[in-house]
Design a protein around this ligand. Structure first.
Ligand code: MTE
Ligand code: MO
Length: 386
């Protein structure tokens, strides 16, 4: 069993597939804290978790614009470069795929709303490592930075992906090679000893168990860069899809979901106010500026309260607050009186980001055969008992 050496996992995770291990955070845990505890953070593995000896670990940096390949031990990475922190939400391209399947079946893991999480990542800037390896910022040949993981399939091919060069080297993009997650050593499931964290970008580019960085004129040739994680028109199906025709997903669109109350919940009218909670986030460092919540299926709307994100001095220092660097989610709440006469409520939420992008109303027009980019309004139905 190639999965025999996988690490133990917390039983509260909702398992989507056990080999490889894919599991999401239960909704009520998602918004219980601004930082998702490591044990509860969603886990998205394509392959068995590699067992890497930190002493023997070497990160290789090579390719166009790098005079000779450079190998860095974990120790060297920690000693040669200043430690940096970034607070960033990671979201899987397939988060909320389950709702899209109600339109028509799609291919992929049946994620509900919990394939994302927020963490304080500690490590070194990718930019610093590339410059150390000899990359010149005025280089005009290199267009992409490719990442290879140490997890391999039976044919020996590794998980990999790439991001555009400008994303990787611009200081304002805060791309990190992380060795810490929420103040702890990076857990095995999350890429021990080193993973990439690309803030504002689809989770698939934040390569775990990072083994090699390759600067190149072209995108990664990996399956996950070229033949997956792309969006298509609802008219495209498996008989006519051409993956070469769509760009790889990088920045994700604006997203939000309701974590409380749960779908189908029953509440008593004299319990007092209804408290609705959820998360909201947008890709590319675009800040969520507003979340609208409806209690009547989208006829009338209320503006939710966005929770202040900071919880401690340390976290404040790690948080990027400049415009265009809103990498972290916002948790929100809406408090509203329950109807005394009882009845059924259809709670709906939608977020707005700093570019005034809004979530689409329904899934039909955004349906795609892989069920990615699934960000329509989120609905929860509850019953109020008089
Ligand atoms: N990196 C490697 N090496 N192998 C993987 O399977 N999965 C990717 C990405 N990096 C993956 C990887 C995907 S699709 C996502 S959404 C995130 O890791 C998930 O990160 P997490 O498991 O730490 O939540
Ligand atoms: Mo993902």
């Amino acid at each position: 069993d190639p999965y025999a050496c996988d690490p133990p996992r917390h039983p509260v995770l909702i398992v989507n597939s056990s080999k490889p291990f894919n599991a999401e955070t239960p909704a009520e845990i998602l918004t219980a804290s601004y930082f998702t505890p490591n044990a509860f953070f969603y886990k998205r593995n394509h392959l068995p978790v590699p067992d890497i000896d930190p002493e023997a670990y070497r990160l290789e940096v090579r390719g166009e614009g790098i005079p000779t390949p450079v190998f860095l031990s974990l120790e060297e990475l920690k000693k040669k470069f200043p430690k940096q922190e970034v607070v960033a939400t990671l979201q899987c391209a397939g988060n909320r795929r389950k709702e899209m399947t109600h339109v028509r079946p799609v291919k992929g893991l049946n994620w509900n709303i919990g394939a994302l999480g927020n963490a304080r990542w500690g490590g070194v800037w990718l930019r610093d490592v590339l410059l150390y390896a000899g990359f010149q910022e005025d280089d005009t040949q290199v267009k992409h930075v490719q990442f290879e993981g140490r997890d391999q399939d039976v044919t020996g091919s590794a998980y990999g992906s790439s991001i555009p060069l400008h994303k990787a080297v611009a200081e304002k993009n805060d791309v990190l090679l992380a060795y810490e997650m929420n103040g702890d050593e990076l857990p095995r499931d999350h890429g021990f000893p080193i993973r990439v964290v690309v803030p504002g970008v689809v989770g698939a580019r934040s390569v775990k168990w990072l083994h090699r960085i390759v600067l190149s004129r072209e995108e990664s040739r990996s399956h996950w860069q070229r033949n997956d994680y792309k969006g298509f028109s609802p008219s495209v199906d498996w008989t006519n899809v051409d993956f070469s025709k769509a760009p790889a997903i990088q920045e994700l669109p604006v997203q939000s979901a309701i974590t409380e109350p749960a779908e189908g919940a029953q509440v008593l009218a004299d319990d007092g106010d209804l408290v609705v909670r959820g998360y909201a986030w947008s890709g590319g460092g675009r800040e969520v500026v507003r979340v609208d919540v409806s209690l009547d299926g989208g006829c009338t709307w209320n503006v939710a309260q966005l929770e202040p994100p900071y919880v401690s001095e340390d976290d404040r220092n790690a948080q990027q607050t400049e415009e265009g660097r809103a990498w972290a989610w916002k948790l929100w709440t809406l408090q509203a009186p329950l109807p005394a006469e009882g009845g059924k409520l259809e709670i709906v939420c939608k977020a707005v980001d700093s570019s005034y992008n809004v979530q689409p109303e329904s899934f039909e027009p955004i349906w795609n055969l892989r069920g990615v980019l699934s960000n329509a309004w989120h609905h929860v139905h509850i019953t109020v008992l008089p």
